[in-house]
Design a protein around this ligand. Structure first.
Ligand SMILES: *[C@@H]1O[C@H](CO)[C@@H](O)[C@H](O)[C@H]1NC(C)=O
Ligand SMILES: *[C@@H]1O[C@H](CO)[C@@H](O)[C@H](O)[C@H]1NC(C)=O
Ligand SMILES: *[C@@H]1O[C@H](CO)[C@@H](O)[C@H](O)[C@H]1NC(C)=O
Length: 621
């Protein structure tokens, strides 16, 4: 069952532990041996708005078409359901929502393994095919899949897939939250509460795929690269399933360059190995090699006829006491914290939006971003790999503020989520650091134990990437991290209106944080809100002028420490995004340097001028 991670095997290779903690979750790719069917489109949809929010389970809505249970509406997949209709109750709905649709399977799939895969569903999902439960998964923002056994499928006529999705946040979900009810004067209502500062968009957010593999199939591929001079080592490990005898006899592994030419000869016939590439082309962030960024190779694997092509890049990451190095050269990150967030679709995958976001990241001169505050779609990560963006890959562990969110159940789930993230993104060169959580409360013994355990768990899985927790700048948990990421809110959440305090404050804070930890520092959040179109001179809060002035003051401080220990600056935020309703959130969070429609505010131009200057200074390859 998807999401159930268990220790399958651990193998030691080139002194690196490549561990397969979970079942594989390879991206669905077609090949000579695999077929894919995309189930995106208009699904039938119904929210369970019964008073106990559970009528759908009493009435077993999965047994028949959803339209038999009452009125259904159409709902696009992928998309959040919240902003599609003009129904306020659906926008703010908490509880189970139900989706279903019909599909056919080709008779030619009868001798194949058929797998149903969801790119993500927020947050808890249960899936039935033809009325039989086939999988369930806890946690949004990450893929899950399950094999649909042949006896469940109908090869002569219609099939039906039914999905129930629960968007409620509890003390043990990531992010944690709780339902809050209010009553009095004859009213009563219930809302989703929590400390996260973004709207709780929900639904089937990413692609739904049905795909086939042969009965003996490639379940997982792990690749770790190393560099010696102009040569590269490609250490790989393949997990094969569907057979008892894991013999190496029908194994063919080779490396292809970007043009599809085989560059490793002859093909390796082993499930684990280390392929040496002479005069390899390394993966570089675009600012370090503007004429050839993001070079991707392909590991072509053929196990007894099952063919899978796994993209990878050759690069190393190393952290010293004051540098963040990529391929042995210092890397300075200049980018933004982002959100998956847009009009109408909420957090739903949208290719036009992905392309626009990367176009605007390039326009801004940014060379990195943080997946605040959850793992982004695989289709976004693909672009980061290809275009040469450095990604700080963040888990959904945001808003962990109370020890009630740090119990055994929470920790077990958090570890599973880190394992699922690792499984999904381990072969991506763009992913240069894991962010385990965002701004948690760490000032208790329980928090210290929780996060130290989580850090050890992540480092045990992946010895090749540093780890961080933005917002944790001092104390025992910070000591266990590799890079210290901090936020700073002078002249905004305190000292509002007084931009003259920014440099004085930052010039004291940053050296202090460095000397307390003796580790490189990255500023991963700073900024101010501005409502596009608000102008005033002299500036006041919420105008475009004020936001631009705040950023410029910070930049003056950053320049003092760039050549010392500061390894990056990330403005908060790339674009305006929706939040819960709050009187400090005028139609959402306005800290974007772009509007929610991805058009620049004045601050966008300030950042562009600076980042292009920084890009010029670092392109020395
Ligand atoms: C919902 O109903 C099902 C089936 O009747 C039951 O097993 C389950 O415990 C109920 N859940 C809640 C939260 O009431
Ligand atoms: C995969 O390997 C099989 C032998 O096991 C061979 O017949 C087939 O041509 C290979 N396919 C590809 C695409 O390399
Ligand atoms: C970057 O460098 C190029 C070449 O030296 C120069 O033409 C360009 O104006 C520079 N851009 C910025 C923003 O400094």
């Amino acid at each position: 069952m998807a999401g159930m991670c268990r220790l399958l095997r651990c193998l030691v290779l080139s002194s690196l532990v490549l561990s397969a903690l979970c079942n594989g979750i390879l991206y669905p790719r077609d090949s000579e041996s695999r077929m894919i069917k995309n189930l995106d489109g208009m699904w039938n949809f119904r929210a369970d708005d019964s008073s106990d929010r559970n009528q759908s389970f009493h009435d077993k809505w999965w047994t028949n078409p959803l339209s038999d249970t009452g009125d259904v509406m159409v709902m696009p997949v992928p998309s959040s359901f919240n902003d599609i209709t003009n129904d306020k109750l659906l926008r703010d709905f908490v509880g189970w929502v139900w989706y279903d649709r019909q599909f056919y399977v080709s008779q030619s799939w009868q001798n194949q393994r058929v797998v149903l895969r969801f790119g993500s569903a927020n947050y808890r999902a249960i899936v039935w095919v033809n009325g039989q439960e086939v999988m369930s998964h806890d946690g949004g923002h990450l893929p899950f899949e399950g094999e649909i056994i042949q006896s469940v499928l109908n090869f002569k006529g219609e099939n039906r897939v039914t999905v129930a999705v629960d968007n409620r946040l509890t003390s043990t979900t990531l992010p944690p939250g709780s339902l809050k009810s209010r009553s009095g004067h004859g009213f009563h209502y219930e809302v989703q509460g929590g400390h996260m500062d973004f709207f709780n968009y929900a639904g089937i957010h990413r692609h739904v795929h049905l795909y086939t593999t042969p009965k003996v199939y490639i379940d997982d591929i792990t690749i770790v690269t190393s560099i010696q001079g102009t040569d590269a080592g490609v250490a790989y490990s393949i997990v094969v399933k569907g057979t008892d005898s894991h013999t190496d006899s029908n194994v063919e592994v080779s490396v292809e360059d970007r043009e599809g030419k085989t560059v490793s000869a002859p093909p390796s016939n082993r499930l684990q190995g280390n392929i040496v590439l002479r005069n390899a082309r390394f993966w570089w962030p675009w600012t370090m090699k503007p004429d050839d960024p993001g070079y991707m190779y392909t590991l072509k694997v053929n196990i007894s006829g099952d063919v899978y092509r796994q993209p990878f890049g050759i690069r190393t990451v190393k952290v010293t006491s004051n540098q963040f190095q990529i391929n042995g050269h210092p890397f300075y990150c200049h980018g933004a914290g982002k959100h998956e967030d847009s009009d109408i679709r909420g957090k739903g995958l949208d290719y036009a939006l992905i392309a626009r976001d990367f176009a605007m990241l390039k326009w801004l001169g940014a060379n990195c971003f943080r997946t605040s505050h959850y793992p982004y779609a695989e289709e976004i990560m693909d672009q980061a790999d290809k275009l040469g963006f450095v990604v700080i890959n963040e888990s959904p562990g945001t808003a962990i503020k109370s020890t009630a969110n740090m119990g055994t159940v929470s920790l077990t789930h958090h570890k599973e989520v880190m394992a699922e993230m690792f499984q999904r993104d381990k072969n991506r060169p763009s992913v240069c650091m894991w962010s385990l959580a965002n701004e948690p409360a760490v000032n208790s013994q329980q928090a210290e134990d929780y996060f130290k355990d989580l850090i050890k768990h992540t480092k045990d899985m992946d010895h090749t990437r540093p780890v961080t927790i933005p917002g944790v700048g001092s104390g025992p948990v910070a000591q266990a991290l590799d890079v210290i990421c901090v936020g700073s809110w002078y002249a905004w959440s305190h000292d509002i209106g007084h931009t003259e305090v920014i440099q004085l404050g930052v010039n004291s804070d940053l050296p202090g944080t460095f000397h307390a930890n003796n580790k490189p520092i990255m500023v991963t959040a700073y900024g101010a809100d501005a409502v596009a179109g608000f102008h005033q001179e002299p500036s006041v809060a919420y105008t475009e002028e004020y936001q631009a002035e705040v950023l410029s003051e910070y930049h003056n401080s950053f320049d003092k420490y760039r050549s010392q220990f500061l390894v990056g600056e990330m403005v908060w935020n790339f674009a305006d995004f929706m939040t819960f309703e709050d009187y400090l959130r005028p139609h959402g969070n306005r800290k974007g340097i772009l509007t929610r429609q991805r058009q620049p505010k004045r601050a966008g131009h300030v950042i562009r001028e600076r980042y292009l200057m920084l890009a010029n200074q670092t392109s020395h390859m």
